[in-house]
Design a protein around this ligand. Structure first.
Ligand code: SME
Length: 175
């Protein structure tokens, strides 16, 4: 398992993201086997998604909410997350999440109050980043991160988080 006590020694976001990239495999106890029963594989992934949100929230004080939405049909369903209670279902095309789902693109929102149609699950949120999780170019779900800071996310976050999400997808055997 990742050593949470080390987190205090990491100060810049570059250090934190690099640490996560280098140590991500330690986060996961389970190993997926090639002929795994799909029901068990899904349960393992659920645990892994939950642990991922916990480690991200623990690492970054500036993150007020970290969580997954899982896509089915043209809707997004709330998955494992850390933070305040959130909207359980979001339609494709609605809000930041639904827009990222429709476009299958990362969206960085420096000020959510200027994003037309932003869905305010937590009125304290001021900025947000949403990354698509693709499996064989199909949208499996999204990683959504909110912050109470304005302008909390930039190209550095986008670049690191896209790498982290891709590595995470490899680890949980979505490829
Ligand atoms: N703000 C998101 C909704 C999800 S919450 O932030 C957890 C949106 O506009 O889609």
């Amino acid at each position: 398992m990742i050593n949470n006590n080390l987190f205090e020694s990491l100060t810049t976001k570059e250090e934190k993201y690099s640490y996560l990239l280098d140590n991500m495999s330690l986060l996961f106890t389970f190993v997926q086997t090639s002929n795994e029963d799909e029901g068990i594989a899904d349960l393992k992934r659920l645990s892994q998604l939950a642990n991922f949100t916990a480690v991200m929230k623990e690492l970054f004080d500036s993150f007020s909410w970290v969580g997954f939405y899982v896509a089915s049909g043209n809707k997004l369903y709330l998955g494992p997350f850390q933070g305040k209670t959130a909207c359980e279902i979001i339609d494709f095309g609605k809000g930041v999440c639904g827009t990222a789902a429709s476009k299958k693109e990362t969206i960085v929102v420096k000020n959510v109050h200027e994003f037309n149609g932003h869905i305010a699950c937590d009125t304290g949120s001021n900025s947000e980043i949403v990354l698509p999780l693709l499996r064989n170019n199909e949208l499996w779900g999204l990683l959504d991160i909110d912050s109470y800071n304005l302008n909390n996310f930039d190209e550095t976050d986008k670049n690191y988080l896209e790498k982290i999400v891709n590595l995470f997808l490899e680890i949980i055997k979505f490829k």
